[in-house]
Design a binder for this molecule. Structure first.
Ligand code: MN
Ligand code: MN
Length: 467
């Protein structure tokens, strides 16, 4: 080794230099911007798991997907789907390879942290009408007061009729809110620890302040609220017992930054992966391996429940598909591969002490791969095989997909899990990938458009794999 040029050539070959793909290729920004217009619409139409499942079903039907029937023998290129109890969704395109060669699964979740109503939520105090909530998922309670909120969900009436409710989204709709103390009187609250700054029982939603005409009626403000709900939806107070009502931020998805390079919106964990995964499924017309996209529910509370990934619904689908195609289900599972598509924490320059810079995942550097998640000593993690990381990264490299790999943050600060382990337990090779997010689980999460495009391209490459 004699001269500087040779050392530089060697450095280029041997060292890895992280890069921001949009810096090097300006056309990428345009492509990402165009892709994200549809994504923002999806976010605005799908603020709950039910709405996301319905919007997903609408997109699938428009793309020619037929309801799955376990009695039908399907041909390569056939597209089928089913909706699990209005809250999770499975879509598949039959490949040219036999099922026993394995299927390629992209799984993302469509539930997000939010405030649910309690079963007996409505009360009156100080001439206000309020709703008690019970938070869903790992949210930071202090972030939810003093922002405009919308009410989404369904009521099942005593006679079994289901009524959909959505208030706070239309331009002229009223919105709702949770109040907080003024700084002038917050001396005691200021001494609380941050995670108790607002307590669960203080997350009460303000929904009215007008009384019915008769001053002798007790709880006349609460009664007026019920009169309004009855006029519009035919509801009575007891119907709250048979309801799933979610309180979510009322604002829409917006571009963030003078350069419009980012998106700020509620519920991007994990619709920022669900939308690209669904589009990649729709756009794969003739896969070699059968592709399966699952948009699942209940990830934020541990994937329990009949619509979560610990339920068998997606695996029942695979069994039924195998049966209809006369394929052995065990062989099919053994040879299958899954991308567990969920968000990662984006390195935050204002909170850099929480991150480990060499292993952070950065907004704008492409889709993030997490070989493992979990907490402490990798507890509760699925931990993908190096061979699977090699397989997926090779597909990404061949397709020009920018990818990065890392960990959530500093080892001993916390951690988290994904659905990966609930898939891996079925003998399916599973790897966590996803879009990095700033302010994850907050009412206004921020993502980078280039990463969203890269996630889409990664899912497409995985679906298009020939080996
Ligand atoms: Mn998630
Ligand atoms: Mn989450």
């Amino acid at each position: 080794m004699s001269n500087k040029k040779e050392w530089e050539a060697l450095a280029k070959t041997l060292l890895y230099e992280p890069a921001y793909p949009a810096d090097a290729k300006k056309a990428l920004t345009q492509e990402a911007n165009a892709f994200c217009e549809g994504y923002k619409q999806f976010l605005d139409r799908a603020k709950t798991e039910r709405e996301a499942a319905a919007e997903g079903e609408r997109m699938l039907r428009a793309a020619g997907y037929a309801p799955f029937a376990d009695s039908v023998r399907y041909n390569p290129g056939d597209k089928v789907y089913f909706v699990n109890r209005e809250k999770s969704l499975v879509a598949a395109t039959i490949g040219t390879a036999p099922l026993e060669a394995g299927v390629h699964l992209n799984i993302a979740h469509i539930d997000s942290p939010r405030l649910d109503l309690k079963p007996n939520p409505l009360y009156e105090k100080a001439h206000f009408s309020l709703l008690q909530t019970h938070y869903y998922g790992g949210l930071r309670k202090y972030q939810w007061p003093t922002i405009p909120l919308a009410i989404h969900g369904i009521f099942c009436k005593a006679d079994g009729e289901t009524v959909k409710v959505c208030i706070g989204e239309a331009e002229d709709d009223p919105v709702f809110c949770i109040t907080d103390l003024l700084p002038h009187l917050s001396k005691e609250q200021n001494d609380r620890k941050l995670n108790e700054g607002i307590k669960g029982e203080e997350l009460n939603v303000l929904i009215g302040s007008t009384a019915v005409d008769d001053p002798d009626i007790k709880e006349s403000v609460k009664l007026n609220t019920l009169v309004l709900l009855h006029e519009k939806y035919g509801l009575v107070e007891r119907d709250f017992a048979r309801a799933e009502i979610e309180i979510v931020p009322a604002f829409r998805a917006k571009d963030v930054g003078l350069d419009r390079s980012m998106i700020g919106a509620y519920g991007q964990d994990d619709r920022v992966d669900a939308y690209p995964a669904l589009l990649a499924e729709i756009n794969e017309k003739h896969p070699y391996f059968t592709t399966v996209c699952v948009l699942t529910d209940k990830e934020e509370t541990g994937s329990e429940g009949v619509t979560g990934m610990q339920s068998s619904y997606a695996f029942h689908f695979l069994r039924q598909l195998c049966q209809s195609q006369h394929a052995d289900v065990i062989r099919t599972l053994q040879h299958s591969k899954c991308l567990s598509a969920d968000v990662t924490a984006a390195y935050d320059p204002s909170w850099d002490s929480a991150y480990e810079p060499m292993n952070g995942t950065y907004a704008g550097r492409g889709i993030a791969i997490f070989k493992y998640t979990g907490a402490g000593g990798k507890s509760m993690t699925s931990d993908a095989n190096a061979e699977l990381v090699a397989y997926v990264t090779q597909l990404c490299d061949e397709a020009g997909v920018a990818w990065q790999i890392g960990e959530m943050g500093k080892i001993d600060l916390g951690g988290g899990g994904t659905i990966a382990k609930y898939v891996a337990r079925h003998d399916i090779d599973t790897l966590d990938v996803g879009v990095p997010v700033l302010s994850m689980h907050s009412p206004f999460e921020v993502t980078h458009k280039a990463d969203i495009l890269m996630a889409y391209k990664a899912f497409c490459a995985f679906n298009a794999a020939q080996k």
